[in-house]
Ligand binder design. Structure first.
Ligand SMILES: Cc1ncc(C[n+]2csc(CCOP(=O)(O)OP(=O)(O)O)c2C)c(N)n1
Length: 282
């Protein structure tokens, strides 16, 4: 059965437990491959928990349900987080997660739309928002109430294609379009190259109704998602300040959290630390 419209009051404790499961899955996947884009994934886990277990309407048994809300992961290299969410949502088997990044696996380090639940081929950054605009226009032509959610990164705001799409979304009054902008402050080898601040003012200037929140605060995330439901003629931008590696101290403090590689013994100790902090209610 498809999930219906979200309930008025999110169950924050249940969402927190889901976010912990997503992080646990991601650490297991990264351990299996020895490495992965795990910093970003841990950072965005709370947002994916709020989307897949509260906000989005979809049918895990029919991923092609035409009235489903679309979630587009523009940063294909964040796939580790999407695989964890799709497994928790019952769209792909949890047992398959250990194949992350392996030859022949459907769970590539960057997304392919041949995997169930994936709406966009990732890899070439800067195209997600444009594709989301196209999908939102298509849904309008079909007279569908389904909404389009698109995640994009602070790095992608440095690409002109993002702003062309942003302009067209407000021109076409795409009020069922929600951009989730992951401002985690990193870009490959270090901090973001170009200063994008003030990020919120830029989206406002392009005609978007804009919210700026702590992307690791589930009450703030669900609150912004609820505010973004209004069909008021304006696309919605939720600027998320997230912490790369969130929940795992060694990755939070690493300068190399963009692509994190350590040996198996270190993964084991990272996972043990994570479980200890979860047990302590951190
Ligand atoms: C068009 C394009 N240019 C360059 C790359 C190579 N690349 C992969 S990840 C990455 C860093 C992007 O930074 P950001 O999107 O902010 O992601 P984060 O560092 O948070 O993972 C780059 C440059 C790419 N995938 N696509």
């Amino acid at each position: 059965m498809p999930r219906n419209s979200p309930p008025a009051d999110p169950d924050i404790d249940a969402l927190r437990a889901r976010a912990t499961m997503l992080r646990r899955h991601m650490l297991t996947m990264a351990r299996g491959q020895g490495a992965g884009y795990v910093g970003q994934g841990l950072g965005i886990a709370d947002v994916l928990a709020a989307l897949y277990f509260h906000e989005l309407r979809y049918d895990p048994h029919n991923v092609a349900w035409t009235e489903r809300d679309r979630f587009l992961l523009s940063t294909g290299h964040y796939s580790i987080a999407l695989w964890a969410a799709l497994a928790e949502a019952g769209i792909i088997p949890v047992e398959e997660l250990v194949t992350y990044g392996a030859d022949g696996s459907r769970l590539e380090m960057s997304t392919l739309d041949t995997t169930p639940g994936v709406e966009l081929i990732g890899g070439s950054l800067g195209h997600g928002l444009g594709q989301a605009v196209g999908q939102a226009l298509g849904l309008r032509l079909d007279r569908s109430e389904a909404r389009v959610f698109v995640e994009l990164s602070d790095g992608e705001m440095q690409e002109g294609s993002t702003w062309e799409a942003a302009m067209s979304a407000s021109h076409f009054r795409l009020d069922g379009l929600v951009a989730l902008i992951d401002c985690n402050g990193i870009q490959a080898d270090g901090p973001v190259v170009l200063d994008m601040e003030p990020v919120g003012d830029k989206w406002r200037a392009f005609g978007w109704e804009t919210f700026e929140i702590d992307g690791n605060d589930l009450e703030a995330v669900t609150g912004a998602l609820a505010s973004a439901r209004h069909r008021n003629g304006r696309p919605k931008a939720i600027v998320l300040r997230t912490l790369p590696g969130k929940g795992v101290k060694r990755i939070e403090s690493s300068e190399k959290s963009h692509f994190f590689r350590v040996d198996v013994a270190q993964w084991d100790s990272i996972i043990a630390d994570f479980e200890q902090s979860v047990g302590a209610g951190a």
